[in-house]
Each structure stands twice: as structure tokens, then as C-alpha cells.
Design a protein around this ligand. Structure first.
Ligand code: GDP
Ligand code: MN
Length: 377
């Protein structure tokens, strides 16, 4: 789950990480009021992606009239597919230098990694590519967290020794915040050095591990309406679903089998519209729910169901398919492959209902790709 800049900055503030004063505005007039109270401001588009500056989503405004005009322009924008509904107006900073400070998970090292660079402002991937020597990293022990001497060493390696007294406590606070929120990434870019010598978080990004959301029920992330509507619906139905960009809807039981089915579809010249695993022992209602979900996706031109019956029973799945196809008045080509527990009974039921099960997964993939391409049933 991703958060908007102002939501991240509220959390920085609560954790004692310095941020500029700011106000949220949903209209140009609200932005003018904010500038009236704060003085010169940076007017910033609130969308859950980076690169807003380059896209024209950040403008400096000296007066309330300037802020009103800037907000008017930014509120009409769409940045990387996200319509801008709010702007964050914050006291403009006199930035003399931009640093980078971030934390993410290093899967190779199996540890969190703190990243610090004196070359902030731009994307860290670019710095890493062109000036890898400008990036200093620290892999703290995940149980005890970063120790003060390790943090000092990190700061010196980044060439930021003179800022040690300010940076040290800030890094420790950022790390604690990342742990509190089960962050996959927490980033301050730029961490701005201002004319008066202070450090202030001029930007903030936070992404929380979806698997830890049960620990953060009180949190609300970036607007849910920005999420893919089918993925959101799958989540409500508690289905294990991932959106892909093809036209063949795929349902299977077991992640490995579904992945394999995606490959088969690809090999037969098609492209899967999704990954959908109904799991082991799937009951008729789950099959019904999965089929209904895929049928509601305008991108889907044909559906392939691949079931290997272990705990999952063929007859149970067949009932789900037949009921769902009838109730949904399914107009799409539907191809089924079913083996394993109670396969004879399942196949018989399907055949009686006019759905011919295919003999092999390969044959089924070929058939669905063919039918979807010609628009047959
Ligand atoms: P991003 O482009 O989405 O990462 O948005 P940022 O919040 O990082 O802003 C991009 C750039 O705008 C920063 O690197 C700064 O150079 C500039 N910027 C943002 N806020 C201010 C500010 O208050 N004063 C000044 N002078 N520049 C700012
Ligand atoms: Mn930034």
C-alpha cells in the first residue's frame, strides 16, 4: 500500500523528522488561503508516484495569487495515469543542497538496507547507474537495528561527515518509523539542506508491505479508486488474483499449476489476462465467484479453467462451473481441463451441460486461444 506525500510527512512530523509546514488544498482558492497563511509556498501534486517535478506537478508560488494559479494548473493534470485531486502547499524552502536518504529491503542480503547519498533530488537508480561511488549503504542487523557507530560510518562514507550531528538521529528515527509501519520502502528524496544550515524532508515516500496490513487496520492509503477495479473486487472476494495484460482469463488450483497454465497459453500464441488461483479444496461457490469476476472483465475474450484434483474434487468444481455459466449467462468461450479426484464424474457433469472437457492442458490452451481469436463459443 502506497501513501501520498502529505500522509508520509504527517508521520515524519510525528516521529520528529523535520518537515516544512503545509496545508492540503482541493481547490485553487484553498491553495490561495494556504499561501496567505504560510507565505511563499511550493504547490505539489499529491499522487502516489515519483517524478512529479519533471512532469510539472510542482510549482513555486510567491503570493496567494501565484498559488491559486499554480494550483489551478496542477489540479487539472494527470501524472503517470493518476488524476491530481489534491495539492499540498508547503512553506518554500531555500534549498542549498539535496541529499538522498532511503530504506528498503535487500533480498539478496536478506536484510534491510539504509541508503544515503550526497547526490539527491534525482532518482536514486540514475545515481546508482552513473555514480555508484556516490552511494553509501548500511545493512543493519534486523533484530537490533542500526547502532550509532554504524550510522556514523555510513554518514562518513557518503562524504557527509560535517552533517553527522543532525543526520545521525534523523537516520535512527527514519529506521524506527520504517519498522513501525512494516515499510517495504521509505524514502526522503530530497532530504534538503537549507540556507540556514538545517535539514528538512522535502519529499516522502512510504510503501507498506501488503502482508502486514492486518497490523495497520487504522491506516488508509492512497485513494482506493486509483486501484484497478477488478483487482479491488478480487480482494473483496478474497481471491488470489493478479491482473495481466492479455485476453485469456485463467483459473486454476494451486499457484504452480496456474503459472504453468499461463505459460501454455503463451506457447499457444495467446496472452493471459490474469493469474487466478482458487487454491486447494475449492468449493463450488469459489469457482462461481472466480468465474463471475473474470466474466466482468471486458479485457477477457475467453476463459480457461485448469483443475488438478487432489483435495479439490472434480464433481464439486464442475457444479460450480455449470451453475456459474448458467447464472451469468456466460457468452464467452469456456474451455475446461480436469484431472484427478472424481474426474470421471466431473467430466460427465460438464458434458451433460454442454461443456466439453479437453483431454490435456496443452489441448485446452490451444482451444481457448483459437476460440478467443475467432470469437466463437
Ligand atoms: P518528485 O519529483 O515527485 O520526487 O517530487 P519532490 O518533492 O522530490 O520535488 C522535486 C524537486 O522539486 C525537488 O528535488 C526540489 O528541487 C524541488 N522542490 C520541491 N519543494 C521545493 C521547495 O520548497 N523549494 C525549492 N527551492 N525547491 C523545491
Ligand atoms: Mn522526490
Amino acid at each position: 500500500m502506497k501513501f501520498l506525500e502529505y500522509q508520509v510527512k504527517e508521520r515524519f512530523k510525528a516521529a520528529g523528522i523535520p518537515v516544512p509546514d503545509g496545508r492540503l488544498a482541493r481547490t485553487p482558492d484553498e491553495a490561495a488561503l494556504a499561501a496567505g497563511a504560510l507565505g511563499p509556498v511550493a504547490v505539489k501534486a499529491q499522487v502516489p508516484v515519483g517524478g512529479r517535478g519533471k512532469a510539472g506537478g510542482i510549482k513555486l508560488a510567491r503570493t496567494p495569487m501565484d498559488a491559486k494559479r499554480a494550483a489551478g494548473e496542477i489540479l487539472g493534470m494527470t501524472i503517470k495515469g493518476y488524476p491530481v485531486r489534491e495539492v499540498w502547499c508547503e512553506t518554500a524552502q531555500e534549498i542549498t543542497h539535496e541529499l538522498y536518504l532511503g530504506l528498503t529491503l535487500d533480498r539478496d542480503a536478506r536484510k534491510p538496507v539504509l541508503i544515503l547519498s550526497a547526490q539527491g533530488g534525482m532518482e536514486i537508480e540514475e545515481v546508482a547507474e552513473h555514480h555508484p561511488e556516490a552511494i553509501a549503504k548500511l545493512h543493519p542487523d534486523p533484530w537490533r537495528g542500526p547502532l550509532p557507530f554504524e550510522v556514523r560510518d555510513l554518514i562518513f562514507r557518503a562524504g557527509l561527515g560535517p552533517l553527522q550531528a543532525q543526520l545521525g538521529p534523523l537516520i535512527i528515527k527514519l529506521y524506527a518509523l520504517a519498522r513501525t509501519y512494516d515499510a517495504l520502502t521509505l524514502e526522503v528524496n530530497p532530504l534538503a539542506l537549507t540556507r540556514d544550515g538545517g535539514l528538512v524532508a522535502a519529499d516522502g515516500k512510504l510503501e507498506i508491505d501488503e502482508n502486514a496490513m492486518f497490523r495497520h487496520k487504522d491506516l488508509h492509503g492512497a485513494d482506493e479508486s486509483d486501484e484497478d477495479p477488478i483487482e479491488a473486487e478480487a480482494k473483496r472476494r478474497k481471491l488470489t488474483y493478479v491482473r495481466l495484460d492479455g485476453s485469456i482469463g485463467v483459473i486454476g488450483n494451486g499457484a504452480g499449476l496456474v503459472m504453468n497454465t499461463l505459460d501454455l497459453v503463451q506457447r499457444e500464441g495467446g496472452r493471459a489476462a490474469n493469474f487466478l488461483d482458487i487454491g486447494g479444496g475449492a468449493k463450488a461457490e469459489v469457482v462461481h465467484s472466480a468465474l463471475e469476476l473474470l466474466a466482468s472483465d471486458p479485457q477477457v475474450k475467453g476463459i480457461l479453467i485448469n483443475i488438478f484434483g487432489g483435495i479439490t474434487r472434480g464433481d464439486e468444481v464442475a457444479h460450480g462451473i455449470i451453475d456459474a455459466a448458467r447464472e451469468l449467462n456466460l457468452k464467452l468461450p469456456l474451455v475446461v481441463r480436469m484431472t484427478g479426484t472424481r474426474e470421471e464424474e466431473g467430466r460427465r457433469l460438464l458434458q451433460e451441460a454442454g461443456i466439453t472437457p479437453e483431454a490435456s492442458a496443452t489441448a485446452a490452451a490451444r482451444k481457448v486461444v483459437e476460440l478467443a481469436a475467432t470469437g466463437q463459443r
